[in-house]
Design a protein around this ligand. Structure first.
Ligand SMILES: Nc1ncnc2c1ncn2[C@@H]1O[C@H](COP(=O)(O)OP(=O)(O)OP(=O)(O)O)[C@@H](O)[C@H]1O
Ligand SMILES: [Mg+2]
Length: 162
């Protein structure tokens, strides 16, 4: 499945809709080139989950925990990770371990930007949300199920082996 996202608001709305199927223990890898809209999508997911705090691109912090805000109907924490910086370090897998994501994974929704090749081993299944920029600056999003029950939960997602 792929869907056209003409504007940043469409990207956020896609994230809000996706949040409705997310639950504790989910690992979501947001992939796509610089400026694709990964953080915008994370903002939409955060809004859909009803979490507290602005979802931003962290400059120095690689992982941020957003508590559920009961006033916004929030039930689950969201952990938002930006692994971009880790692309350039000597031991990226060690840095991922140092973030201690497995301590929060089970009770949270964990979203990781730039996580391909780094975080898949945290879980036996994950959902990949791939955003691409087109020449006219619109975006296209595709969902790819990697194992687990993702294909049943999101029938439109293309399924590949975990
Ligand atoms: N359809 C669209 N979806 C998402 N962002 C869009 C869209 N059209 C334009 N934009 C703009 O593109 C930028 C996307 O920024 P965002 O920080 O979400 O990308 P990112 O993939 O997280 O970037 P980075 O690789 O730096 O983490 C924003 O300035 C946003 O306004
Ligand atoms: Mg970003």
């Amino acid at each position: 499945m792929s869907e056209l996202l003409p504007t940043v608001d469409d990207t956020r709305a896609f994230g809000r809709a996706l949040a409705a199927v997310l639950r504790a223990g989910d690992l979501v890898v947001l992939s796509g080139p610089l400026g694709a809209g990964k953080t915008a999508l994370a903002q939409g997911i955060g809004a859909g989950l009803g979490v507290a705090g602005d979802v931003t691109s962290p400059t120095f912090v690689s992982a941020r925990v957003h508590r559920p805000d009961p006033a916004r109907g929030g039930r689950l924490p969201m952990v938002h990770v930006d692994a971009y910086r880790l692309g350039g370090v000597r031991d990226p897998l060690g840095e991922v371990d140092a973030l201690d994501l497995d301590a929060t994974l089970e009770e949270s929704v964990t979203l990781v930007e730039w996580g391909e090749g780094l975080v898949e081993r945290l879980s036996d299944a994950h959902l990949e949300v791939r955003i691409d920029r087109r020449d006219d600056e619109t975006r296209v999003v595709a969902l790819v199920a990697h194992g687990g029950d993702w294909p049943a939960r999101i029938p439109a997602a293309a399924a590949v082996d975990a």
